[in-house]
Design a protein around this ligand. Structure first.
Ligand SMILES: [Ca+2]
Ligand SMILES: [Ca+2]
Length: 298
């Protein structure tokens, strides 16, 4: 199904257009054809897939950034994202010496990278921008970055929110989820703190009673149903860092979407925000990239 979206009519049409005008300037056309367009699906050099999201001018990664993506960054740069991470043992969140490479539970290269802070996420985006430009995959004006809080809201399908800051918009939509208003959620919509976790490693967690997703901790990205926009795990699995200051000025940044971990009141609601210091690494904090691909991109 995904493949069909990637090779649909508009792409075919643009390929034919490129052929038609290739006698004019073949080099320019081939360079342009290799670079992302703001309204078209895109797959980058790491195999990260991106889709346009209505109401934004960016392409959203369909997945949370994966362990394999972050590992490519660390391999290339020797960036150190290993200190001070909080992870879960029987006695709650503590510094146990775990890292994004071994966050306290089994993970595969296709799991979301977790235990990374806002600064780590930004460093990844900067490296990815630089390396994809060097490979000719991005134009000089195109950048990978974290989504803004408002872009993330558009991705999850919230109508335009009132309030000038994430703090002012926080929770205002109430008990609305990407799948509607049903709670417990219908089967298969995401990886949350659930009956599986409570029956396994996390008997003390607050859970979504009556919901079972089969994962005690994080799950490989894309294991559950995508939203209408084609994005996976927007709610649940790993919390996702956004660009903004929570109060619009300084200090804490914003995390969206809830996670696989101990459920707090309202965590899974589409308009819920978590405010966290940008240096904080925790075993349920991850991120999702967007690609600002338009010609007017700063
Ligand atoms: Ca779960
Ligand atoms: Ca998520």
């Amino acid at each position: 199904m995904f493949g069909r979206r990637f090779f649909s009519g508009p792409l075919l049409a643009s390929a034919l257009l490129a052929l038609a005008v290739s006698t004019v300037s073949p080099l320019a056309i081939s360079a342009r054809a290799a670079q992302p367009q703001s309204s078209q699906p895109w797959e980058n050099g790491l195999g990260m897939k991106f889709l346009p999201v209505a109401g934004t001018e960016v392409l959203f990664s369909v997945w949370e950034t994966r362990v394999r993506d972050f590992a490519a960054f660390v391999d290339a740069t020797k960036y150190d994202a290993t200190k001070g991470m909080l992870s879960v043992r029987d006695d709650g969140w503590r510094q146990n010496g775990d890292t994004w490479q071994s966050p306290g539970f089994p993970q595969t290269p296709l799991h979301p990278v977790v235990g990374v802070n806002w600064e780590d996420a930004r460093a990844f985006c900067a490296w990815l921008t630089e390396s994809e430009r060097a490979a000719g995959r991005l134009a000089a004006s195109q950048v990978y970055r974290l989504p803004t809080d408002e872009e993330w809201s558009a991705a999850i399908g919230l109508p335009r929110e009132h309030g000038g800051t994430p703090k002012e918009r926080n929770g205002k939509a109430g008990e609305v989820y990407w799948w509607g208003t049903a709670f417990p959620p219908p089967a298969g919509v995401g990886n949350f703190s659930d009956e599986t976790a409570k029956g396994g490693r996390h008997p003390d967690w607050n859970i979504v009673v009556g919901y079972k997703d089969g994962f005690e901790d994080a799950s490989p990205v894309g294991s559950f149903t995508a939203t209408k926009t084609g994005l996976y795990d927007l709610t649940g699995n790993a919390w996702e860092w956004c660009e903004d200051f929570f109060d619009g000025k300084a200090g804490a940044r914003v995390l969206r979407g809830g996670a696989y971990s101990r459920l707090g009141a309202h965590h899974l609601e589409a308009s819920f925000r978590l405010d966290v210091a940008p240096q904080r690494r925790r075993a349920d904090f991850g991120f999702r990239c967007v690609l600002a691909a338009g010609p007017g991109t700063p």
